[in-house]
Design a protein around this ligand. Structure first.
Ligand SMILES: Nc1ncnc2c1ncn2[C@@H]1O[C@H](COP(=O)(O)OP(=O)(O)OP(=O)(O)O)[C@@H](O)[C@H]1O
Length: 768
C-alpha cells in the first residue's frame, strides 16, 4: 500500500469514527424519547377505562361513550405508532453504526462545486438536519454510484436531470466500525468487491446486493415507466436479488403512500419464502406479502375442493409410464392453461346472464327449504342488466329473509322438543332472563318460546353463514357444463371428450387438478364477485416463466390497479404448459423488457458447462470467477455411486462448503436417496411442505431447488433426465451450483442434452 493509500485509509477511518459518534448521540436521544413514549403508552393502557366516560342509559349517552372510547383509542394508537417508528429507526441506526456506508462518490455538479457523497442503507443527517453524513442508496444522487464510472455523469431528480462529473468512486467494507478494505473503482462496480462477495460460501439466507448492484440491475430497481416490467434474465443473473432491492426502492420512493403490505410477491415454493425473508429487514424495511400461486389459488377456492399443487402435477408427468395417459394429460394441461380456454369460459359466462346458472337446494335436516329451481327463478327474474355478482348479492338478501320465515315455523317442530332437553345451563339462563324482560307474566310459556328460538337460531346460524358465502351456487356444475360445449377447434372430439370425462371424475371426488385450479377460481370469481386482495399496488412474480397464459391473465384481472414486475428465465420453464404471452414476447406497448445476460451465481467453469443447454446460451456472460470444471462421474453400480458421493461431500466440507445439495429428479428418488444417506451423514430432506432452508447437506427434488443456490451441487442421476420436458429441469438443477458441480451417470448412459454440451467443459471420471 502506498503512503497516499495509507493516508486515505486513516482519513476515512476518522470520518467513520466521527459519524459513528454522531449516530451514538442520536441513539441516546432516541433512547430518551422511547423511554418517555413507552411510559405514555403504559400509562394510557393502564388508565384507558378511567379516562373514558361510560354511560349507556340513553341513546345520547351511548354516542358520547362511543366518541370518548374512540378518542382514547386514537390517542393510544398514535403513541404506539410513534413508538414503533422510533423503534424501527433505532434498528436502522444500529445497522448504520456497524457499517455506516459502503460507497462514496465525489460528484462535481455543473456550477455547484464538488460534494463527497457517502452511500449507505439509510440516510443520516447532522443534528441541525442540514448536512447528509450518509445518503440512502435509493436517493436520486446515489444512482450515479451504480450507473457510472469516473467521467461525465448525470442523474434524474423530480425537478429534472442534473449533469456533472464523477471524480471518484470508492467502495468500502466496514465491519463493526472498522474499515476493513477500500477500493477505488473503475468501469464496473468493484469487480474486486463483487469477486469477494460472490466467492463467499452460500448462506441459508439470500443476501442483499445493495453495495454491488450492477448498472443493468439498477435499471430494474428504479424502473417505473410501464405497467408491466418484464425481466428475462439467465440463471443466476440476479433477478430475485434485483426484485427485492426494487421492493425496498419503491417503499422508499413512495414512502407516504406505499407500505410493505401493499406489495405482493408470488414465489416458486414455500422454501423460497424463508430463503428471501432476511433481505428486506437487512435493508431496514419490512417484508412484503408473500405467497405461492398455489396457496393463493387454494385460498380463493376454499376448502370444499382439494386442488392438486403444481409439484404433484409435475411429478405425475415425470413418473407416468403409460404414454397414452400421459399424452392425454398433457393435452389437457396445455388446453386448460391457454387463452383459448379462457375465451371459451368468457363466452359461457356471457350466456349465463340469460340462462344456465346452476344452484344447489338450501336444505336443513334433509328438508329442502329453498329449492335450486326457486333460486334460479328468483335470479332470472331480476333485471338482466344487473351483473351476475350483484344479482347474487340480492339473492343472498332474499334467501336470508326466506330462511328467517322458515326458522320461525321450525320452532314448533318435534326435533326442537328433543333438543330442549339437551340445552346447557347458560342457554337456560339466557332464556330465563329474556322471558322475564317481557311484560307478559306467563313466564313458563315465554321461557319455552325463547328456548325454542335459541335452539332454532343455533342450528340456522350455519345456514345463514353459508348463504352469505354463496354456497348455494353450484360452481362445480357450471365448470362441468363447459365440457358439454362443442369441441374447441384446437382439440379433436376424442381429446375433448376424454378431457371432459377426467375433469368430471375429479369434480365428483371434490378434487381439482392443478390445471383446473385457475379456470375454476376464475369462474367462481366471476359468479361471486371478486374478493379483491385489498390494497395490493405492486405485484412481483418470480419465476414468471412457470405461469401459464391463463394464470397471468387471471392475476392481471385480480390486481387491476397494480403494477407488475415479472421475472423469468425461459430456460428454466419446467412446467408442461406453453410459455405465457408476456414472458414469451414482452414487446407489447405496456410492457418494458429488460434482459440480463450476465450470470453471477456460478463459477465461469459451471457457466461454460451449462450454457449449451440454454437457448442463446452462447450469449450468457459468466462472471470472471474460477473453480473446478464440473465432474461427470460414470458409475458401474449404486454402491460405487454412494461411496464416491460420500467422499465428494467430505472433500467439499473440508473445503469449507456450508450448503451442499444432492439433487434428484423426483420425490421418490429423493426419498430413497435420503433414506440411504441418513445412515451415513447428517442430512435434510427437503419436500414440498418444507418451509425453511438450513445450512448443511440437503436432498431435494430439482423442481424445489428453484430460485435457491448451494455451494456445491450433486445430481444424483443425470442419466434419468431424458425427455424434452426434462431438459429445463436438468438445466435448473445444474445452475443451482455456486462453486462446484458434479453429477453421476449410469455407466455410459448419457442423457441426450450432452450432445449440446462441449466435451472440454467437464471432466469425465470413471468409477468402476
Ligand atoms: N450485483 C450483485 N452483487 C452481488 N451478488 C450478486 C449480484 N447480482 C447477483 N448476485 C448473486 O448472484 C446469485 C444469484 O442471484 P439471484 O438468485 O438473484 O439470481 P436469479 O436470476 O434470480 O437466479 P435463478 O433464476 O437462477 O434462480 C446470488 O447469490 C446473488 O447474491
Amino acid at each position: 500500500m502506498s503512503n497516499k493509500e495509507v493516508e486515505e485509509k486513516v482519513q476515512e477511518q476518522k470520518r467513520i469514527d466521527f459519524v459513528r459518534k454522531e449516530i451514538d448521540d442520536k441513539l441516546n436521544l432516541m433512547e430518551q424519547d422511547i423511554h418517555n413514549i413507552g411510559g405514555d403508552v403504559g400509562q394510557l393502557r393502564a388508565t384507558f377505562w378511567e379516562d373514558v366516560t361510560v354511560n349507556l342509559d340513553e341513546p345520547d349517552d351511548v354516542i358520547e361513550t362511543f366518541t370518548s372510547i374512540k378518542q382514547q383509542a386514537e390517542l393510544l394508537g398514535e403513541r404506539e405508532r410513534t413508538y414503533g417508528q422510533i423503534h424501527q429507526q433505532q434498528k436502522v441506526l444500529q445497522k448504520l453504526k456497524d457499517s455506516p456506508y459502503f460507497g462514496r462518490i465525489d460528484f462535481d455538479e455543473e456550477g455547484e462545486g464538488t460534494e463527497n457523497i457517502y452511500i449507505g442503507i439509510a440516510s443520516f443527517m447532522d443534528k441541525k438536519n442540514e448536512e447528509f453524513y450518509i445518503y440512502d442508496w435509493r436517493a436520486p444522487i446515489s444512482s450515479v454510484y451504480y450507473d457510472y464510472s469516473p467521467g461525465p455523469a448525470s442523474y434524474q431528480t423530480p425537478g429534472g436531470i442534473i449533469d456533472g462529473e464523477l471524480l471518484l468512486k470508492r467502495q468500502f467494507i466496514i465491519r463493526d466500525g472498522k474499515l476493513i478494505s477500500l477500493f477505488d473503482t473503475g468501469v464496473t462496480i468493484g469487480d474486486e468487491l463483487l469477486l469477494e462477495v460472490l466467492g463467499n460460501n452460500a448462506n441459508s439466507m439470500m443476501k442483499s446486493i445493495v453495495a454491488t448492484i450492477q448498472k443493468e440491475q439498477n435499471q430494474i430497481i428504479r424502473n417505473e415507466k410501464s405497467r408491466y416490467l418484464l425481466v428475462q434474465g439467465v440463471a443466476g443473473s440476479g433477478k430475485t436479488s434485483a426484485a427485492l432491492q426494487r421492493v425496498a426502492y419503491l417503499l422508499y420512493k413512495h414512502r407516504d403512500t406505499l407500505k410493505s403490505d401493499n406489495i405482493m410477491l408470488f414465489s416458486p415454493n414455500p422454501l423460497f419464502n424463508s430463503y428471501v425473508s432476511t433481505v428486506l429487514p437487512e435493508l431496514g424495511e419490512e417484508n412484503m406479502r408473500q405467497s405461492t400461486f398455489y396457496e393463493y389459488l387454494q385460498s380463493r377456492i376454499g376448502k370444499y375442493f382439494l386442488v392438486e399443487d403444481s409439484f404433484s402435477q409435475l411429478e405425475y408427468l415425470l413418473t407416468e409410464t403409460d404414454s397414452i395417459k400421459k399424452e392425454s394429460r398433457l393435452k389437457s394441461i396445455q388446453f386448460k392453461s391457454s387463452v383459448e380456454f379462457k375465451k371459451l369460459i368468457d363466452a359461457y359466462l356471457d350466456e349465463l346472464h340469460k340462462d344456465g346458472v346452476v344452484f344447489k337446494d338450501i336444505v336443513f335436516r334433509n328438508k329442502v327449504f329453498i329449492s335450486s329451481e326457486e333460486l334460479m327463478r328468483k335470479f332470472y327474474e331480476m333485471e338482466s342488466h344487473i351483473s351476475i355478482p350483484n344479482r347474487m348479492q340480492l339473492l343472498i338478501e332474499w334467501a336470508q329473509k326466506e330462511m328467517k320465515k322458515h326458522a320461525k315455523a321450525e320452532r314448533k317442530q318435534g326435533w326442537v322438543d328433543n333438543e330442549m332437553e339437551l340445552l346447557d345451563k347458560e342457554e337456560y339462563l339466557e332464556a330465563f332472563h329474556a322471558a322475564h324482560k317481557e311484560e307478559d307474566f306467563d313466564y313458563f310459556d315465554q321461557e319455552e318460546k325463547f328456548l325454542r328460538k335459541i335452539i332454532v337460531n343455533k342450528h340456522f346460524k350455519s345456514i345463514y353463514a353459508a348463504i352469505k358465502k354463496l354456497r348455494f351456487i353450484d360452481v362445480s356444475a357450471m365448470y362441468r357444463g363447459i365440457f358439454d360445449l362443442s369441441c374447441p377447434t384446437q382439440l379433436t372430439m376424442d381429446e375433448w371428450s376424454r378431457i371432459g370425462e377426467q375433469t368430471i371424475l375429479n369434480l365428483q371426488k371434490r378434487t381439482l387438478s392443478y390445471e383446473d385450479g385457475t379456470p375454476f377460481a376464475y369462474i367462481k370469481d366471476k359468479l361471486e364477485g371478486k374478493k379483491s386482495t385489498s390494497g395490493i399496488r405492486q405485484v412481483f412474480i418470480d419465476e414468471a416463466q412457470d405461469y401459464s397464459d391463463f394464470q397471468i391473465n387471471y392475476l392481471k384481472e385480480l390486481f387491476p390497479y397494480s403494477k407488475m414486475t415479472l421475472l423469468g428465465d425461459i430456460n428454466q420453464a419446467i412446467y408442461a404448459h406453453q410459455h405465457n404471452e408476456i414472458v414469451a414476447n414482452g414487446d407489447r406497448e405496456d410492457v418494458e423488457s429488460i434482459v440480463l445476460m450476465k450470470s453471477y451465481r456460478s463459477t465461469k467453469e459451471i457457466v461454460e458447462f451449462t450454457r449449451g443447454l440454454a437457448v442463446n446460451g452462447d450469449k450468457i456472460e459468466p462472471f470472471n470467477r474460477h473453480g473446478e470444471k464440473p465432474n461427470v462421474v460414470s458409475v458401474g453400480d449404486s454402491t460405487k455411486r454412494i461411496n464416491d458421493l460420500l467422499t465428494r461431500i467430505e472433500n467439499w466440507k473440508r473445503n469449507g462448503y456450508k450448503t451442499i445439495a444432492v439433487i434428484c429428479k423426483t420425490i421418490k428418488e429423493s426419498s430413497e436417496v435420503y433414506e440411504m444417506l441418513k445412515q451415513k451423514l447428517e442430512v435434510r430432506f427437503i419436500q414440498k411442505g418444507t418451509t425453511s432452508y438450513e445450512k448443511g447437506i440437503s436432498v431435494i427434488p430439482a423442481y424445489l431447488a428453484k430460485g435457491i443456490e448451494f455451494d456445491g451441487v450433486i445430481l444424483y442421476n443425470a442419466s434419468s433426465y431424458q425427455s424434452d420436458l426434462e431438459k429445463e429441469l436438468f438445466y435448473t438443477a445444474c445452475t443451482r451450483a455456486m462453486h462446484a458441480l458434479a453429477m453421476y451417470i449410469e455407466d455410459g448412459k448419457w442423457n441426450p442434452y450432452f450432445e449440446r454440451i462441449k466435451e472440454d467443459t467437464y471432466e469425465l471420471i470413471e468409477v468402476r
